[in-house]
Design a protein around this ligand. Structure first.
Ligand SMILES: [Fe+2]
Ligand SMILES: [Fe+2]
Length: 278
């Protein structure tokens, strides 16, 4: 997969791109995270989400769907997604765990038909599949936390490695030629750039990039870093997009999701990927 264009695709106009016919075999992904629904947000996103039915084949949610993870907020999320008819694939974020209603909240999302991935997979069709984990923190490059010293430190790193292994197993399980990864935490440093350096360690870890490269993911989406950077790539060249809503709206006010096209790599004509903010 290669990117067809970069900043131009954003500024060239959402309307024009959305009206472009999709190439045969192409799957158009709409991705967003960090919309943080609160109980007073009823109706805030419903109409915007409804547009995805015309603009994409699948909606990807990269976590922090709620403000504090309360069951009442999960129910607001379901209400905002009520008119979406395309498949919805999601992971949870740290905010979705805060109140402790995560089990019932997850059931509520799944009851709506959301494919909620916690180390699981979802195959949209024989070509495109999704592997999703929340991920975890731990830092990047030489700043990465290592399992040295106190048991508490080792337990922290173990929690990160569990997520890395879950991502690896999910990617491995996918039988589709196009593998899309969904995370909440960032798998590379480039897409947290813009956040205060002092908190980079808490925004993700590049341990999560290793499975993306090993299993040749077509693209990865994440959120969590609200003031990060839209795009980057792993050392192996996997495109990575931070689709946190506050960030998308900095690039394009009123945006609700990021659009990215994927297709089977067998055809050079259709292996190009296009993107814009919707
Ligand atoms: Fe967030
Ligand atoms: Fe978060």
């Amino acid at each position: 997969m290669t990117e067809r264009s970069t900043a131009g695709a954003i500024s060239n106009g959402h309307e024009r791109r959305m009206s472009q016919p999709r190439k045969p075999g192409t799957v158009r992904i709409a991705a967003v995270g960090d919309f943080h629904c609160g109980v007073d947000d009823v109706g805030l996103y419903r109409e915007l989400f409804t547009r995805v039915n015309e603009e994409a084949d699948v909606l990807v949610l990269t976590g922090d769907l709620t403000r504090w993870g309360a069951l009442a907020e999960y129910k607001v999320v379901v209400g905002e997604l009520a008119d979406v008819t395309v498949p919805i694939v999601a992971v949870l974020g740290n905010h979705d765990y805060e109140t402790g209603d995560v089990e019932e909240g997850s059931r509520t999302l799944r009851g709506r038909g959301v494919h909620l991935l916690c180390g699981d997979t979802f195959e949209l069709n024989p070509v495109v599949g999704f592997a999703g984990v929340k991920g975890f923190m731990g830092g990047f490059g030489r700043g990465m936390l290592t399992p040295f010293g106190e048991p508490e430190t080792k337990a922290f790193v173990k929690a990160t490695l569990n997520e890395v292994h879950a991502l690896e197993l999910a990617l491995r399980r996918l039988s589709t030629p196009v593998r899309v990864a969904i995370l909440h935490y960032a798998p590379i440093a480039a897409t947290v750039h813009g956040e205060p350096e002092a908190i980079h360690t808490y925004l993700g870890t590049d341990r999560l990039a290793e499975p993306l490269d090993r299993y040749d993911a077509a693209v990865a989406f994440h959120g969590h870093a609200h003031s990060g950077t839209l795009r980057g790539h792993t050392l192996g060249g996997v495109p990575v997009f931070n689709v946190s809503l506050p960030l998308l709206r900095k690039e394009r006010p009123g945006a609700m999701y990021y659009i990215y096209d994927v297709s089977a790599p067998a055809s050079a004509e259709t292996s190009k990927a296009a993107m814009s903010i919707g």
